[in-house]
Each structure stands twice: as structure tokens, then as C-alpha cells.
Design a binder for this molecule. Structure first.
Ligand code: AMP
Length: 436
């Protein structure tokens, strides 16, 4: 095996330029979350394996398991939802419900690496725990819409569906609950394998040709949300659970305009299945028209998972933003801050005698709130110091030589254009702020 330094596949290092974009993404999300009153929560990356087992369905095979030297069976968390359910059960006496929490951190899945799919990835979750109100579902949709817009996305669609609409589609085709899993899995592949591919999968899983046709007709319905809901109501008439689900979707959608969600940002998509088995109500995902990147986020209502830990029903709705996907797409589209480095200004050291004056200038600028890096070796020629600052991607360099000190001035050099001018020392901060 080669000794070449290498990170584990499916996991990434993020060098400073990438981190600047990632921190911009996280700061933007936190701003939106906190404007809606969500509070931060942090949980460990490792959980007892039993906490995670039996909660997420087929995907459980992707969980990383291991045994500690002490013999504890543990696992890397797969998402931040199951840990949230544990926390709610463990601390329910200390929490005030409904409780809005956000959590930002890594999740781990033993996936085959492909575009937008990693083995270590960050998620930013928001959940409202302890409310069954459709206003809670609508607010989560408002939060995701606001967040994507705040990041600068415009061409995204949030696809909405309801678990009991999908179940109703399966029932309407004469299938019992036990066969429904195969139907969901087939429908979930619609984007990848097309309608004919789904038909084939349905037939293979034992669905009759006529029922497969009915399923496809329903999941391919498109158009304005109210039309799709009406069409589904006609076709699922008499199925009480499906009718209640459609009513629930209508109630959620009715709150969206007042919560600032523009109609062109969402659609009712009866084909949306979402993999995780804990969902019980509305489910949603946001996708971009281009570039292709799968879902930027996903979520829904899961009224039973938290209760399974807490021993009493605690209805919950929430979502997870996929930070890797937001990052990759924003990088590809050139979105986010243009900065490649943190420092806004570089203070040079003119010579050994004048070095202290420059360090003092740097302190003044930091006290005024600027991000400042200084040279470290006063023996270096100014040209070398400018070159270093430019290579680091810093926009401006300051020079404080004997003439400037005598005149109470500082030279401000724009490292992109090469232009430089003397500015009164008292005006340096303002000069830098206006030329950014
Ligand atoms: P989930 O936890 O499966 O509901 O996924 C929520 C969001 O997390 C998805 O919409 C993706 O943006 C992101 N995500 C899920 N799995 C991965 C992965 N393996 N790599 C990168 N992002 C992922």
C-alpha cells in the first residue's frame, strides 16, 4: 500500500476557501432558524447501536457499527432525527413543548460515493417537536423556502406529498400494506428510470398490469397544487385515511401565502416517496431545475418516532438541509461570497524600526472590527510582503513608513489594481470599508 497521505473515501477535507463558503451557508441558515425561534442543540456523533436500530427501514444497512474496547455496541449517527428523539425522551422534563430546535453536524452513511452522495456529510436540521398543527408543517416549509432564497437560490421547487396519499395510491390499486413497500420503492425511482422502468419494477414485484397502470396514472399527476389535490380526491374517494391526508395537505398549503412562501416554489408531487420509514404525514424535498444534484433538503412529519422513545405520543415535523449538496451546487454556480480568505487587510512591516507602529495600527483596525493580518518579518522587502498578501487573496495592503508616520498618514494599496494612495490615519477604516 502506498504511503501517500489520503483521506478516507467518501469523506472530505475542506480547505479555507471552501470553509468560507460553508460557514456562509451555515451562518445564513442559523440566521433564518433563529428568526423563527429555533434553539440550538448538539448531540454526540456516536450513539448506542440499539438507539439507531429499527428506526429507518431498509437504509439501516448503511449505518456504521463498531464495538468499543469495553464491549459497547455503538454506531455513528445516520441522521440527527433519531438522536433528537432520544434527547426528547431523555430530557422531556426539562423541555417546553412545542419545542423548536436546530442542529448542525455530521451524519454518516456507508454509501457508494457518487455525485452529491458522501459517507460523511453535514446536515442542518430544524424540527418542531410536540405539535400536530398544520401551521407547524407550513412553518417548516416557510423556513426552508426563506433559507434557500437567503442563500441566493431562485429556481428551486419544493415537492410535497403525504405518506397516506402514497399509501392510498397503493390501496386504490388493490394492494395490501405488506406489498406497499415494493410499490414505494418502485415509485421512488421514477426520476431515475422513468415511467416504463417503474411499470416494469411494479410488475416484477407482483403488481397486476392494470393496477400498475392505475398507480402510474396517479403518481404522474402534475399541475397547480389545487388541481392535483382535486384529481387525487376523485381517484381516492372513499379511502378515509387518504381523504384525511389530502385535507391535511390543503390545510398546510392554505397557510403558505401568509408565511411568505411564493406559489412558484412548491408543487404537490404524488410520486414523492422519501426513503426513511419513520414519516407519517406530509413529506417534502427541494430540488433544483439545474444542475442535477438530487434533493437539497428533505423532511416531513413523523408522529410516532419520538413517542417510541418517550413512551407517549409526541407529534413532530422537521427537515434536514444537505450541506454538502448546497456547498457543491453553490460552488458550481459561483454563488456565495467571492472572498478566498478571511483577512480583509494586510499590514506590512516597513522595517524593524517602524514595525511596532504597524503592529499598533493593526490593533487599532482590529478594535474597529476589521479582519487584519500582519507581516511577521520586518526584514522582508515590501514587494515580497505585497506578493504574499496577494497570493493569500487579501485585497488591500497598508504601509506605514517614516514619511507616513511624520504626516499622520497610511498608504492604502489595492492589491488587485496595484493602485495606491495616502489616507489620513483617522480615515483608514472608512477608506477600507468604502473600497471593499
Ligand atoms: P435524509 O436524512 O435522507 O432525509 O436526507 C436529508 C438531506 O440530506 C438530503 O436531501 C440530502 O441533501 C442530504 N443527504 C442525505 N444523504 C446524503 C449523503 N450520503 N451525502 C450527502 N448528502 C446527503
Amino acid at each position: 500500500m502506498s504511503n501517500k497521505p489520503q483521506n478516507f473515501k467518501g469523506m472530505r477535507d475542506h480547505l479555507p476557501a471552501a470553509m468560507i463558503l460553508r460557514q456562509h451557508i451555515l451562518n445564513t441558515l442559523v440566521g433564518v432558524f433563529e428568526r423563527h425561534g429555533f434553539e440550538p442543540l448538539q448531540t454526540p456523533i456516536i450513539e448506542y447501536a440499539r438507539t439507531l436500530e429499527g428506526k429507518i427501514g431498509d437504509e439501516e444497512k448503511l449505518i456504521y457499527h463498531f464495538e468499543t474496547a469495553g464491549g459497547d455496541k455503538v454506531a455513528l449517527r445516520y441522521d440527527q432525527t433519531v438522536p433528537l428523539a432520544r434527547v426528547v425522551a431523555q430530557y422531556q422534563g426539562q423541555l417546553v413543548f412545542p419545542w423548536r430546535r436546530y442542529a448542525i453536524g455530521q451524519s454518516y452513511r456507508g454509501e457508494r460515493q457518487q455525485r452529491g452522495r458522501y459517507r460523511e456529510f453535514w446536515q442542518a436540521d430544524v424540527d418542531i417537536v410536540g405539535s400536530a398543527s398544520p401551521i407547524a408543517d407550513a412553518e417548516i416549509i416557510a423556513v426552508l423556502t426563506e433559507a434557500l432564497r437567503a442563500l441566493g437560490f431562485s429556481g428551486f421547487t419544493t415537492q410535497l406529498n403525504h405518506r397516506q396519499v402514497l399509501a392510498g395510491v397503493a390501496r386504490a390499486s388493490g394492494l395490501d400494506e405488506a406489498s406497499a413497500g415494493g410499490v414505494y420503492r418502485a415509485i421512488d425511482k421514477l426520476d431515475k428510470i422513468g415511467a416504463d422502468g417503474v411499470r416494469e419494477e411494479l410488475l416484477k414485484s407482483g403488481v397486476a398490469a392494470e393496477a400498475a397502470g392505475r398507480i402510474l396514472d396517479m403518481v404522474l399527476l402534475q399541475g397547480p397544487p389545487s388541481d392535483v389535490l382535486e384529481e387525487l380526491s376523485d381517484r381516492l374517494a372513499g379511502d378515509e385515511r387518504a381523504e384525511a391526508a389530502l385535507e391535511n395537505l390543503r390545510a398546510i398549503l392554505a397557510y403558505l401565502p401568509e408565511l411568505g412562501v411564493p406559489p412558484e416554489t412548491y408543487a404537490v408531487s404524488p410520486q414523492l416517496a422519501r426513503g426513511l420509514s419513520y414519516y407519517t404525514g406530509v413529506v417534502f424535498e427541494s430540488v433544483l431545475a439545474s444542475p442535477p444534484m438530487g434533493s437539497l433538503l428533505g423532511g416531513g412529519r413523523y408522529d410516532e418516532l419520538v413517542g417510541a422513545f418517550a413512551g407517549r405520543p409526541i407529534p413532530t415535523v422537521g427537515l434536514a438541509f444537505g450541506i454538502e449538496r448546497l456547498h457543491d451546487v453553490m460552488e458550481e454556480l459561483g454563488m456565495g461570497p467571492a472572498r478566498r480568505t478571511v483577512a480583509e487587510v494586510f499590514v506590512t512591516l516597513f522595517d524593524r524600526e517602524r514595525a511596532l507602529a504597524s503592529l499598533q495600527l493593526a490593533s487599532e483596525l482590529r478594535a474597529a472590527g476589521l479582519k487584519v493580518e500582519t507581516a511577521l518579518d520586518a526584514n522582508d522587502k515590501l514587494g515580497k510582503q505585497f506578493k504574499y498578501a496577494d497570493q493569500r487573496g487579501i485585497g488591500f495592503a497598508l504601509v506605514l513608513g517614516p514619511d507616513e508616520i511624520a504626516r499622520g498618514e497610511v498608504v492604502v494599496k489595492n492589491l488587485r489594481s496595484g493602485e495606491q494612495r495616502a489616507v489620513a490615519r483617522a480615515d483608514v477604516v472608512a477608506a477600507l470599508r468604502t473600497s471593499e
